[in-house]
Design a protein around this ligand. Structure first.
Ligand code: NAD
Length: 471
Protein backbone atom coordinates (compact mmCIF):
# COMPACT_ATOMS: atom_id res chain seq x y z
CA UNK A 1 0.00 0.00 0.00
CA UNK A 2 1.38 3.33 -1.07
CA UNK A 3 0.27 6.39 0.87
CA UNK A 4 0.96 9.49 -1.20
CA UNK A 5 0.47 12.54 1.01
CA UNK A 6 2.68 15.06 -0.76
CA UNK A 7 2.85 16.88 -4.04
CA UNK A 8 5.93 18.50 -5.56
CA UNK A 9 6.30 22.27 -5.36
CA UNK A 10 9.38 24.45 -5.76
CA UNK A 11 11.84 21.59 -5.89
CA UNK A 12 10.55 19.56 -2.95
CA UNK A 13 7.86 17.14 -1.86
CA UNK A 14 5.49 19.18 0.29
CA UNK A 15 2.52 18.42 2.51
CA UNK A 16 -0.69 19.61 0.94
CA UNK A 17 -3.26 22.06 2.23
CA UNK A 18 -5.96 19.84 0.71
CA UNK A 19 -7.11 16.96 2.90
CA UNK A 20 -9.44 14.89 0.70
CA UNK A 21 -8.21 11.35 0.18
CA UNK A 22 -8.70 9.24 -2.99
CA UNK A 23 -8.34 5.44 -2.99
CA UNK A 24 -6.13 3.84 -5.61
CA UNK A 25 -7.54 0.48 -6.71
CA UNK A 26 -5.83 -2.24 -8.76
CA UNK A 27 -8.14 -2.67 -11.78
CA UNK A 28 -7.01 -6.29 -12.24
CA UNK A 29 -8.39 -7.54 -8.91
CA UNK A 30 -10.01 -4.58 -7.11
CA UNK A 31 -7.45 -4.75 -4.29
CA UNK A 32 -6.41 -1.40 -2.78
CA UNK A 33 -3.03 -0.20 -4.07
CA UNK A 34 -2.78 2.95 -2.00
CA UNK A 35 -4.22 6.35 -1.23
CA UNK A 36 -3.47 9.82 -2.46
CA UNK A 37 -4.16 13.11 -0.73
CA UNK A 38 -5.69 15.57 -3.17
CA UNK A 39 -4.64 19.19 -3.44
CA UNK A 40 -6.94 22.21 -3.40
CA UNK A 41 -6.93 25.77 -4.79
CA UNK A 42 -4.39 26.91 -2.20
CA UNK A 43 -1.94 24.20 -3.28
CA UNK A 44 -2.39 25.25 -6.92
CA UNK A 45 -1.72 28.84 -5.93
CA UNK A 46 1.59 27.84 -4.29
CA UNK A 47 2.64 25.72 -7.27
CA UNK A 48 1.88 28.49 -9.77
CA UNK A 49 3.71 31.06 -7.63
CA UNK A 50 6.80 28.80 -7.61
CA UNK A 51 6.61 28.25 -11.38
CA UNK A 52 6.15 31.98 -11.97
CA UNK A 53 9.16 32.88 -9.85
CA UNK A 54 11.30 30.24 -11.57
CA UNK A 55 10.23 31.39 -15.03
CA UNK A 56 12.13 34.68 -14.63
CA UNK A 57 15.53 33.01 -14.74
CA UNK A 58 14.62 29.76 -16.50
CA UNK A 59 13.31 31.59 -19.55
CA UNK A 60 16.77 33.14 -19.93
CA UNK A 61 18.74 29.89 -19.86
CA UNK A 62 20.79 28.85 -22.87
CA UNK A 63 19.82 26.08 -25.26
CA UNK A 64 22.95 24.20 -24.17
CA UNK A 65 21.86 24.32 -20.53
CA UNK A 66 18.37 23.09 -21.42
CA UNK A 67 19.77 20.25 -23.50
CA UNK A 68 21.79 19.20 -20.45
CA UNK A 69 18.67 19.23 -18.27
CA UNK A 70 16.79 17.09 -20.81
CA UNK A 71 19.74 14.69 -20.82
CA UNK A 72 19.66 14.53 -16.99
CA UNK A 73 15.92 13.88 -17.04
CA UNK A 74 16.36 11.09 -19.56
CA UNK A 75 19.04 9.43 -17.44
CA UNK A 76 17.00 9.71 -14.25
CA UNK A 77 13.84 8.25 -15.83
CA UNK A 78 15.78 5.50 -17.66
CA UNK A 79 17.36 4.34 -14.38
CA UNK A 80 13.94 3.46 -12.97
CA UNK A 81 12.32 2.25 -16.19
CA UNK A 82 11.56 -1.23 -14.84
CA UNK A 83 9.87 0.10 -11.68
CA UNK A 84 7.92 2.61 -13.77
CA UNK A 85 6.59 -0.21 -15.96
CA UNK A 86 5.56 -2.30 -12.94
CA UNK A 87 3.72 0.53 -11.22
CA UNK A 88 1.88 1.33 -14.46
CA UNK A 89 0.73 -2.29 -14.76
CA UNK A 90 -0.34 -2.34 -11.12
CA UNK A 91 -2.16 0.97 -10.90
CA UNK A 92 -3.48 1.37 -14.44
CA UNK A 93 -3.81 -2.25 -15.60
CA UNK A 94 -2.03 -1.59 -18.91
CA UNK A 95 -0.61 -4.70 -20.55
CA UNK A 96 3.09 -5.36 -20.14
CA UNK A 97 3.51 -4.96 -23.91
CA UNK A 98 1.82 -1.56 -23.87
CA UNK A 99 3.41 -0.26 -20.65
CA UNK A 100 6.89 -1.18 -21.91
CA UNK A 101 6.28 0.72 -25.15
CA UNK A 102 4.75 3.65 -23.30
CA UNK A 103 7.82 4.00 -21.07
CA UNK A 104 10.11 3.78 -24.10
CA UNK A 105 8.12 6.63 -25.65
CA UNK A 106 8.38 8.60 -22.39
CA UNK A 107 12.16 8.25 -22.31
CA UNK A 108 12.39 8.87 -26.06
CA UNK A 109 10.58 12.19 -25.69
CA UNK A 110 13.66 13.72 -23.98
CA UNK A 111 15.90 12.60 -26.85
CA UNK A 112 13.39 13.89 -29.41
CA UNK A 113 13.35 17.33 -27.82
CA UNK A 114 17.16 17.38 -27.58
CA UNK A 115 17.27 16.62 -31.29
CA UNK A 116 14.63 19.24 -32.06
CA UNK A 117 16.49 21.87 -30.02
CA UNK A 118 19.77 21.18 -31.80
CA UNK A 119 18.24 22.27 -35.12
CA UNK A 120 15.74 24.86 -33.93
CA UNK A 121 16.08 28.55 -34.76
CA UNK A 122 14.93 30.77 -31.88
CA UNK A 123 16.10 33.87 -33.79
CA UNK A 124 14.79 34.40 -37.30
CA UNK A 125 14.65 37.21 -39.85
CA UNK A 126 11.86 38.32 -42.13
CA UNK A 127 12.96 41.22 -44.34
CA UNK A 128 14.29 43.83 -41.91
CA UNK A 129 12.41 42.38 -39.00
CA UNK A 130 14.16 40.40 -36.34
CA UNK A 131 11.95 37.64 -34.89
CA UNK A 132 12.59 36.19 -31.47
CA UNK A 133 10.73 33.06 -30.40
CA UNK A 134 10.25 33.59 -26.68
CA UNK A 135 8.92 31.11 -24.08
CA UNK A 136 5.20 31.62 -23.51
CA UNK A 137 5.34 31.53 -19.69
CA UNK A 138 4.05 29.15 -17.04
CA UNK A 139 2.35 26.14 -18.63
CA UNK A 140 -0.45 24.14 -16.99
CA UNK A 141 -0.18 20.49 -18.01
CA UNK A 142 -3.30 18.38 -17.51
CA UNK A 143 -3.13 14.68 -18.41
CA UNK A 144 -5.41 11.61 -18.56
CA UNK A 145 -4.89 8.14 -17.08
CA UNK A 146 -4.30 6.11 -20.23
CA UNK A 147 -0.58 6.71 -20.70
CA UNK A 148 0.03 9.17 -17.93
CA UNK A 149 3.80 9.24 -17.59
CA UNK A 150 4.39 9.30 -21.31
CA UNK A 151 2.19 12.41 -21.67
CA UNK A 152 3.85 14.12 -18.70
CA UNK A 153 7.34 13.41 -20.07
CA UNK A 154 6.65 14.62 -23.60
CA UNK A 155 4.89 17.81 -22.43
CA UNK A 156 7.55 18.55 -19.80
CA UNK A 157 10.36 17.92 -22.31
CA UNK A 158 8.78 20.40 -24.73
CA UNK A 159 8.23 23.02 -22.02
CA UNK A 160 11.85 22.75 -20.87
CA UNK A 161 13.11 22.93 -24.45
CA UNK A 162 11.16 26.18 -24.86
CA UNK A 163 12.30 27.67 -21.54
CA UNK A 164 8.90 27.40 -19.85
CA UNK A 165 8.12 26.28 -16.30
CA UNK A 166 5.19 23.99 -15.52
CA UNK A 167 2.47 22.96 -13.10
CA UNK A 168 1.32 19.41 -13.80
CA UNK A 169 -2.03 17.94 -12.79
CA UNK A 170 -2.17 14.24 -13.57
CA UNK A 171 -5.28 12.11 -13.36
CA UNK A 172 -5.97 11.27 -9.71
CA UNK A 173 -6.02 7.62 -10.84
CA UNK A 174 -2.34 7.86 -11.86
CA UNK A 175 -0.94 9.05 -8.53
CA UNK A 176 1.50 6.17 -7.88
CA UNK A 177 2.89 6.44 -11.41
CA UNK A 178 3.32 10.20 -11.08
CA UNK A 179 4.94 9.84 -7.65
CA UNK A 180 7.66 7.57 -9.03
CA UNK A 181 8.19 9.77 -12.08
CA UNK A 182 8.45 12.85 -9.87
CA UNK A 183 11.11 11.11 -7.78
CA UNK A 184 13.06 10.69 -11.03
CA UNK A 185 12.60 14.36 -11.94
CA UNK A 186 13.70 15.34 -8.42
CA UNK A 187 16.89 13.32 -8.86
CA UNK A 188 17.57 14.96 -12.22
CA UNK A 189 18.25 18.22 -10.38
CA UNK A 190 15.98 20.65 -12.19
CA UNK A 191 16.19 24.24 -10.95
CA UNK A 192 13.61 24.86 -8.20
CA UNK A 193 10.12 25.68 -9.46
CA UNK A 194 10.64 24.50 -13.05
CA UNK A 195 8.53 21.37 -12.49
CA UNK A 196 5.65 21.47 -10.02
CA UNK A 197 3.01 18.77 -9.63
CA UNK A 198 -0.26 18.89 -7.72
CA UNK A 199 -2.42 15.78 -7.37
CA UNK A 200 -6.12 16.52 -7.40
CA UNK A 201 -9.48 16.37 -9.06
CA UNK A 202 -10.15 17.96 -12.43
CA UNK A 203 -13.01 20.00 -11.01
CA UNK A 204 -10.76 21.45 -8.27
CA UNK A 205 -7.06 21.44 -9.19
CA UNK A 206 -7.60 21.27 -12.97
CA UNK A 207 -10.12 24.11 -12.87
CA UNK A 208 -7.89 26.25 -10.61
CA UNK A 209 -5.00 25.88 -13.07
CA UNK A 210 -7.23 26.68 -16.04
CA UNK A 211 -8.67 29.79 -14.41
CA UNK A 212 -5.44 31.22 -13.03
CA UNK A 213 -4.18 34.44 -14.68
CA UNK A 214 -0.52 33.48 -14.18
CA UNK A 215 -0.87 30.40 -16.37
CA UNK A 216 -0.05 31.45 -19.94
CA UNK A 217 -0.85 28.18 -21.67
CA UNK A 218 -2.64 24.91 -21.04
CA UNK A 219 -1.40 21.71 -22.64
CA UNK A 220 -4.22 19.23 -22.18
CA UNK A 221 -4.71 15.62 -23.18
CA UNK A 222 -8.06 14.08 -22.39
CA UNK A 223 -11.66 13.84 -23.50
CA UNK A 224 -13.31 16.24 -25.92
CA UNK A 225 -15.92 17.18 -23.29
CA UNK A 226 -13.26 18.28 -20.79
CA UNK A 227 -11.19 19.93 -23.54
CA UNK A 228 -14.13 22.16 -24.46
CA UNK A 229 -14.62 23.09 -20.81
CA UNK A 230 -10.93 24.00 -20.51
CA UNK A 231 -11.03 26.07 -23.70
CA UNK A 232 -14.08 27.96 -22.39
CA UNK A 233 -12.40 28.77 -19.06
CA UNK A 234 -9.08 29.63 -20.70
CA UNK A 235 -10.62 32.30 -22.89
CA UNK A 236 -11.16 34.71 -19.98
CA UNK A 237 -7.42 35.21 -19.64
CA UNK A 238 -6.72 34.50 -23.34
CA UNK A 239 -4.54 31.52 -22.55
CA UNK A 240 -2.92 29.57 -25.34
CA UNK A 241 -4.33 26.05 -25.42
CA UNK A 242 -3.14 22.83 -26.94
CA UNK A 243 -5.87 20.22 -26.81
CA UNK A 244 -5.26 16.55 -27.60
CA UNK A 245 -8.73 15.06 -27.46
CA UNK A 246 -10.74 11.99 -28.39
CA UNK A 247 -11.00 10.00 -31.59
CA UNK A 248 -13.03 7.47 -33.53
CA UNK A 249 -10.44 6.57 -36.09
CA UNK A 250 -11.37 4.91 -39.39
CA UNK A 251 -9.32 2.03 -40.74
CA UNK A 252 -10.01 1.68 -44.48
CA UNK A 253 -9.12 -1.65 -46.02
CA UNK A 254 -9.18 -1.16 -49.80
CA UNK A 255 -10.36 -4.01 -52.03
CA UNK A 256 -6.85 -4.86 -53.28
CA UNK A 257 -5.44 -5.41 -49.77
CA UNK A 258 -4.18 -8.70 -48.39
CA UNK A 259 -7.18 -9.41 -46.15
CA UNK A 260 -5.62 -12.43 -44.38
CA UNK A 261 -2.97 -10.07 -43.06
CA UNK A 262 -4.90 -6.80 -42.76
CA UNK A 263 -7.94 -8.00 -40.82
CA UNK A 264 -6.15 -9.69 -37.88
CA UNK A 265 -3.87 -6.63 -37.71
CA UNK A 266 -6.92 -4.35 -37.68
CA UNK A 267 -8.54 -6.29 -34.83
CA UNK A 268 -5.39 -6.17 -32.69
CA UNK A 269 -4.99 -2.47 -33.54
CA UNK A 270 -8.48 -1.67 -32.28
CA UNK A 271 -7.53 -3.29 -28.99
CA UNK A 272 -4.27 -1.33 -28.54
CA UNK A 273 -3.88 -0.20 -24.93
CA UNK A 274 -6.87 -2.47 -24.15
CA UNK A 275 -8.95 -0.24 -26.42
CA UNK A 276 -8.22 2.77 -24.18
CA UNK A 277 -6.28 4.61 -26.89
CA UNK A 278 -7.25 7.90 -28.51
CA UNK A 279 -5.76 6.76 -31.85
CA UNK A 280 -7.27 3.25 -31.79
CA UNK A 281 -8.73 2.31 -35.21
CA UNK A 282 -12.19 1.51 -33.89
CA UNK A 283 -14.11 1.81 -37.18
CA UNK A 284 -13.05 -0.88 -39.64
CA UNK A 285 -14.24 0.05 -43.15
CA UNK A 286 -14.33 -2.91 -45.56
CA UNK A 287 -15.73 -3.51 -49.07
CA UNK A 288 -19.30 -4.82 -48.86
CA UNK A 289 -18.47 -7.56 -51.39
CA UNK A 290 -15.87 -8.98 -48.97
CA UNK A 291 -17.89 -8.63 -45.76
CA UNK A 292 -18.45 -12.35 -45.21
CA UNK A 293 -14.74 -13.17 -45.56
CA UNK A 294 -13.87 -10.22 -43.31
CA UNK A 295 -16.31 -11.42 -40.65
CA UNK A 296 -14.71 -14.86 -40.59
CA UNK A 297 -11.19 -13.47 -40.36
CA UNK A 298 -12.16 -10.94 -37.67
CA UNK A 299 -13.96 -13.56 -35.59
CA UNK A 300 -10.93 -15.85 -35.69
CA UNK A 301 -8.66 -12.94 -34.77
CA UNK A 302 -10.85 -12.00 -31.78
CA UNK A 303 -10.79 -15.61 -30.58
CA UNK A 304 -7.00 -15.49 -30.46
CA UNK A 305 -6.88 -12.25 -28.44
CA UNK A 306 -5.67 -12.87 -24.90
CA UNK A 307 -7.73 -10.95 -22.34
CA UNK A 308 -6.34 -11.28 -18.84
CA UNK A 309 -3.67 -10.44 -16.32
CA UNK A 310 -1.83 -7.42 -17.75
CA UNK A 311 1.44 -8.51 -16.13
CA UNK A 312 1.67 -11.55 -18.42
CA UNK A 313 3.81 -11.11 -21.53
CA UNK A 314 1.21 -12.60 -23.86
CA UNK A 315 -1.79 -10.53 -22.73
CA UNK A 316 -3.29 -8.29 -25.43
CA UNK A 317 -6.15 -6.76 -23.44
CA UNK A 318 -6.02 -5.92 -19.74
CA UNK A 319 -8.76 -4.57 -17.49
CA UNK A 320 -10.45 -1.19 -17.93
CA UNK A 321 -8.85 1.42 -15.66
CA UNK A 322 -11.86 1.74 -13.33
CA UNK A 323 -15.28 0.29 -12.63
CA UNK A 324 -16.74 3.48 -14.12
CA UNK A 325 -14.87 2.86 -17.39
CA UNK A 326 -15.95 -0.80 -17.33
CA UNK A 327 -19.60 0.29 -16.95
CA UNK A 328 -19.22 2.80 -19.78
CA UNK A 329 -17.94 0.10 -22.16
CA UNK A 330 -20.71 -2.31 -21.07
CA UNK A 331 -23.25 0.41 -21.74
CA UNK A 332 -21.96 0.88 -25.29
CA UNK A 333 -22.03 -2.88 -25.96
CA UNK A 334 -25.71 -2.82 -25.00
CA UNK A 335 -26.25 0.26 -27.21
CA UNK A 336 -24.74 -1.68 -30.14
CA UNK A 337 -27.13 -4.58 -29.55
CA UNK A 338 -30.10 -2.23 -29.19
CA UNK A 339 -29.14 -0.40 -32.40
CA UNK A 340 -29.29 -3.68 -34.31
CA UNK A 341 -25.61 -4.19 -35.09
CA UNK A 342 -24.60 -7.86 -35.44
CA UNK A 343 -22.48 -9.14 -32.55
CA UNK A 344 -19.61 -11.09 -34.08
CA UNK A 345 -17.43 -11.67 -30.99
CA UNK A 346 -17.47 -10.92 -27.26
CA UNK A 347 -20.50 -9.08 -25.91
CA UNK A 348 -21.84 -8.08 -22.50
CA UNK A 349 -20.35 -9.25 -19.21
CA UNK A 350 -16.91 -10.32 -18.05
CA UNK A 351 -14.86 -13.12 -19.60
CA UNK A 352 -15.10 -16.36 -17.58
CA UNK A 353 -12.52 -16.55 -14.82
CA UNK A 354 -11.86 -12.80 -14.83
CA UNK A 355 -14.80 -11.69 -12.68
CA UNK A 356 -12.65 -10.01 -10.01
CA UNK A 357 -11.31 -7.22 -12.28
CA UNK A 358 -12.66 -4.67 -14.77
CA UNK A 359 -12.31 -7.04 -17.72
CA UNK A 360 -14.31 -6.68 -20.94
CA UNK A 361 -14.64 -9.36 -23.62
CA UNK A 362 -12.82 -8.63 -26.89
CA UNK A 363 -15.89 -7.45 -28.77
CA UNK A 364 -16.67 -6.96 -32.46
CA UNK A 365 -19.85 -5.68 -34.04
CA UNK A 366 -20.37 -6.11 -37.77
CA UNK A 367 -22.97 -4.72 -40.22
CA UNK A 368 -22.56 -1.47 -38.36
CA UNK A 369 -24.00 1.68 -39.98
CA UNK A 370 -21.89 4.78 -39.57
CA UNK A 371 -24.81 6.72 -38.05
CA UNK A 372 -25.07 4.30 -35.13
CA UNK A 373 -23.84 5.58 -31.77
CA UNK A 374 -21.23 2.79 -31.57
CA UNK A 375 -19.73 4.17 -34.79
CA UNK A 376 -19.90 7.83 -33.79
CA UNK A 377 -19.06 7.93 -30.07
CA UNK A 378 -15.74 7.17 -28.43
CA UNK A 379 -16.19 3.99 -26.37
CA UNK A 380 -12.61 3.69 -25.06
CA UNK A 381 -12.62 -0.07 -24.64
CA UNK A 382 -12.01 -3.22 -26.74
CA UNK A 383 -15.01 -2.79 -29.03
CA UNK A 384 -14.56 -2.75 -32.82
CA UNK A 385 -17.22 -1.76 -35.36
CA UNK A 386 -17.03 -3.25 -38.87
CA UNK A 387 -18.70 -0.94 -41.39
CA UNK A 388 -19.20 -2.11 -44.99
CA UNK A 389 -18.79 0.33 -47.91
CA UNK A 390 -19.82 0.09 -51.59
CA UNK A 391 -16.82 1.76 -53.23
CA UNK A 392 -13.75 3.90 -52.52
CA UNK A 393 -15.72 7.18 -52.67
CA UNK A 394 -18.12 5.92 -50.05
CA UNK A 395 -15.27 4.64 -47.88
CA UNK A 396 -13.75 8.15 -47.81
CA UNK A 397 -17.14 9.73 -47.10
CA UNK A 398 -17.78 7.35 -44.18
CA UNK A 399 -14.25 7.88 -42.83
CA UNK A 400 -14.86 11.64 -42.74
CA UNK A 401 -18.42 11.43 -41.40
CA UNK A 402 -17.45 11.93 -37.76
CA UNK A 403 -16.91 14.86 -35.41
CA UNK A 404 -13.41 13.49 -34.73
CA UNK A 405 -10.24 13.68 -36.83
CA UNK A 406 -7.30 12.41 -34.79
CA UNK A 407 -5.99 9.43 -36.75
CA UNK A 408 -6.86 7.24 -39.74
CA UNK A 409 -5.44 4.14 -41.38
CA UNK A 410 -5.45 2.96 -45.01
CA UNK A 411 -4.39 -0.47 -46.28
CA UNK A 412 -3.85 -1.25 -49.96
CA UNK A 413 -1.50 -3.27 -52.16
CA UNK A 414 -0.99 -0.06 -54.13
CA UNK A 415 0.80 2.64 -52.14
CA UNK A 416 -0.01 5.40 -54.65
CA UNK A 417 -3.71 4.59 -54.38
CA UNK A 418 -3.48 4.51 -50.58
CA UNK A 419 -1.73 7.91 -50.59
CA UNK A 420 -4.51 9.41 -52.70
CA UNK A 421 -7.11 8.15 -50.25
CA UNK A 422 -5.03 9.31 -47.27
CA UNK A 423 -4.81 12.85 -48.66
CA UNK A 424 -8.63 13.08 -48.67
CA UNK A 425 -9.14 12.02 -45.05
CA UNK A 426 -9.69 14.70 -42.43
CA UNK A 427 -7.32 13.53 -39.73
CA UNK A 428 -4.12 14.79 -38.13
CA UNK A 429 -2.31 11.50 -38.74
CA UNK A 430 -2.93 8.91 -41.47
CA UNK A 431 -0.92 5.67 -41.43
CA UNK A 432 -0.57 3.60 -44.58
CA UNK A 433 -0.24 -0.20 -44.38
CA UNK A 434 0.17 -0.61 -40.65
CA UNK A 435 0.36 1.26 -37.38
CA UNK A 436 3.31 3.59 -37.68
CA UNK A 437 4.75 5.99 -35.12
CA UNK A 438 7.01 8.94 -35.83
CA UNK A 439 7.73 10.87 -32.63
CA UNK A 440 9.07 13.87 -34.58
CA UNK A 441 6.03 14.25 -36.85
CA UNK A 442 3.37 16.75 -35.72
CA UNK A 443 0.65 15.04 -33.70
CA UNK A 444 -2.83 16.43 -33.11
CA UNK A 445 -6.40 16.42 -34.23
CA UNK A 446 -8.58 17.87 -36.95
CA UNK A 447 -12.13 18.91 -36.01
CA UNK A 448 -13.18 18.06 -32.45
CA UNK A 449 -10.12 15.88 -31.85
CA UNK A 450 -8.12 18.87 -30.83
CA UNK A 451 -6.33 22.12 -31.30
CA UNK A 452 -2.64 22.60 -32.00
CA UNK A 453 0.12 20.06 -32.43
CA UNK A 454 2.64 18.23 -30.26
CA UNK A 455 6.09 16.72 -30.92
CA UNK A 456 9.09 17.98 -32.85
CA UNK A 457 9.31 21.48 -34.29
CA UNK A 458 5.53 22.01 -34.47
CA UNK A 459 5.16 20.96 -30.84
CA UNK A 460 7.95 23.24 -29.66
CA UNK A 461 6.53 26.26 -31.47
CA UNK A 462 3.31 25.88 -29.46
CA UNK A 463 5.26 26.82 -26.32
CA UNK A 464 6.79 29.93 -27.92
CA UNK A 465 5.52 33.40 -28.80
CA UNK A 466 7.02 35.04 -31.88
CA UNK A 467 8.14 38.57 -31.04
CA UNK A 468 8.86 40.83 -34.03
CA UNK A 469 11.52 43.46 -33.48
CA UNK A 470 11.48 46.01 -36.28
CA UNK A 471 14.84 47.57 -36.99
P1 NAD B 1 -10.79 13.40 -18.96
O1 NAD B 1 -11.07 14.46 -19.93
O2 NAD B 1 -11.89 12.91 -18.10
O3 NAD B 1 -9.64 13.86 -17.94
C1 NAD B 1 -8.38 14.29 -18.39
C2 NAD B 1 -7.75 15.16 -17.32
O4 NAD B 1 -8.52 16.36 -17.19
C3 NAD B 1 -7.72 14.51 -15.93
O5 NAD B 1 -6.52 14.87 -15.27
C4 NAD B 1 -8.91 15.18 -15.26
O6 NAD B 1 -8.82 15.19 -13.83
C5 NAD B 1 -8.84 16.58 -15.84
N1 NAD B 1 -10.08 17.35 -15.75
C6 NAD B 1 -11.36 16.88 -15.68
N2 NAD B 1 -12.24 17.92 -15.61
C7 NAD B 1 -11.50 19.05 -15.65
C8 NAD B 1 -11.83 20.45 -15.63
N3 NAD B 1 -13.08 20.87 -15.53
N4 NAD B 1 -10.83 21.34 -15.71
C9 NAD B 1 -9.54 20.93 -15.83
N5 NAD B 1 -9.18 19.64 -15.82
C10 NAD B 1 -10.13 18.70 -15.75
O7 NAD B 1 -10.12 12.20 -19.76
P2 NAD B 1 -9.72 10.77 -19.24
O8 NAD B 1 -10.97 9.99 -19.02
O9 NAD B 1 -8.74 10.91 -18.13
O10 NAD B 1 -8.94 10.19 -20.52
C11 NAD B 1 -9.57 9.60 -21.61
C12 NAD B 1 -9.78 10.61 -22.73
O11 NAD B 1 -8.54 11.17 -23.13
C13 NAD B 1 -10.34 9.98 -24.00
O12 NAD B 1 -11.37 10.77 -24.51
C14 NAD B 1 -9.16 9.94 -24.95
O13 NAD B 1 -9.49 9.93 -26.31
C15 NAD B 1 -8.44 11.17 -24.56
N6 NAD B 1 -7.03 11.08 -24.98
C16 NAD B 1 -6.57 11.84 -26.03
C17 NAD B 1 -5.26 11.72 -26.48
C18 NAD B 1 -4.71 12.53 -27.62
O14 NAD B 1 -3.50 12.62 -27.75
N7 NAD B 1 -5.52 13.12 -28.47
C19 NAD B 1 -4.41 10.83 -25.84
C20 NAD B 1 -4.89 10.08 -24.78
C21 NAD B 1 -6.20 10.23 -24.35
Amino acid sequence: MKNITKSYINGEFVTLHGTQVFNLINPTNHQPVGQVTLGDEEDVQRAIAAAKAAFKSFSQTSVTARIQLLENLKQAVSKREKELIEVMILEYGGTRQFCTMSLQNAIGSFDNMIDTLRHFEFQRKSGNTFIQLTPVGVVGIITPWNSSNSFICSKLATAIAAGCTVVVKPSEMSASQTQLLTECFDEAGLPKGVYNMVNGLGSVVGAAITNHPDIAKISFTGSTVTGKQIARSAVDTVKRVTLELGGKSPNIILDDANFEQAIPQAVLGAYMNSGQACIAPTRLLVPKAKLEAVNQLAKAAAASVVVGNPANDATNVGPMVSEKQFERVQHYIQVGLDEGATLLAGGPGKPTGLEEGNFVKATIFTNVRNDMRIAQEEIFGPVLSIIPYENEEEAIAIANDTMYGLAAYVTSANEVRALKVASRIDAGRVCINGFKHDPMAPFGGFKQSGLGREFGVYGLEEYLEPKSILL
